[in-house]
Design a protein around this ligand. Sequence first.
Ligand code: NAI
Length: 441
Amino acid sequence: QKSDIKAPEKFALKETRIVTRNIGVIDPRNIDEYIARDGYFALSKALKMTPEEVIKEIKDSGLRGRGGAGFPTGLKWEFTAKTKADQKYIVCNADEGEPGTFKDRLIMEGDPHSVIEAMIIAGYAVGATKGYIYIRGEYYNSVENLKKAIKDAYEYGFLGEDILGSGFNFDLTVRLGAGAYVCGEETALLESIEGKSGRPRLKPPYPPQSGLFGKPTVINNVETLANVPQIILNGAQWFRSIGTPNSPGTKVFCLVGDVNRRGMVELPMGVTVREVLYGFGGGVKGGRELKMVQTGGLAGTFIGPDKLDVPLDYDSMKNYGVSLGSGVILAIDDSHCVVDIALNTMEFFRHESCGKCTPCREGTRLACEILEKMTKFEATMDDLKYLEQIAILSADASFCGLGQSINVPLLSLINNFKEEFIQHIKDKYCKVGLCKEEKKE
Ligand code: NAI
């Protein structure tokens, strides 16, 4: 059956570049080119403000965490500022691990100073004198560009002692992750920086109360930080004029999968899936039918073509059951099998589960077993029921966000495409012909 989705005739998709404004424009390894585009002017401005004024500006802007959860950044800074301690830290979560997400890599590669400048401003605002950038070890170019940028920032007096004659000191270090998805979970990340095995801690206490080495810590995602210098320079009201009232600013989307044009695009919050898919992506590849879209990363929701006009922001999950997450939009055409997609997704979580808690470790394993049975047409309707129960149990009882999020992709697939699961069970039939009954000797 043909769907009635049509690509808009002519699409006026206009990028709004805040965090990507310098990418492809400046040489990221040349600090002078960053300065020529107003680089470090926000730092200079912030250092003339009081720390409270800096926090107020960020709070007023409504900036929310771009790693996926959307927690208000200014609040995080305020909590950290208010916690008394002899040492505080700023940590940049650059351990981008969500499959399909590569925005942080390109920001760090293309404009490393924007992240560094933001971390120094955050340090000044909350009273932290040391920062760490915890970055995926595989992000070779980002690591190189960041290290060069940090070296240059020290030489120019933006890092180190008495920054720009303000009396404020800030040191910055890069730490490399070793490829574990769970190390992007903020408390596992802190453990890893401390030299321990990357396993999550119980929250609360949240990092602003007890973070790195037990000290108050701000942890912000790369994209979140990259917004900060522009907010300080242009003001909270300017930022609020972009996006939606509850989710101001832009979001960097990563469009992947079966589309004509894949890539990264920065658009105001509230843009619809259809606009990104057709306006930027040029529609489905090879003229095939769009079967579904996964939004928000592998832990995000699978939606059918009926939800393409949902505006993406931090309320879209609550209002429409469509996650924004880290901003991935994965287009899936009609050559894919729903059960195979579910299995693929669960295999990722099984592989990345750290094993600390039973619901996640065993839940992901059992989910894979059931889905494998389905692909071989050996599953029963009870198995489908167990699969739903595993998803709910894992969400309710897992220790950290990894296990807690497997219900989102799994239940959205089952709820939106139940018929195809049932076909595999009752009719022993895969309509795209991907699943085959194994020959038994
Ligand atoms: P969360 O909701 O537990 O926390 C979000 C942030 O808010 C954390 O920094 C947390 O410390 C802070 N926070 C929450 N309540 C607080 C309080 N009362 N006081 C102070 N701080 C508080 O979510 P979590 O587990 O940190 O992140 C989940 C998100 O991560 C998902 O939305 C998912 O999309 C995203 N994600 C992103 C990945 C990427 O590569 N960018 C990879 C995997 C997941």
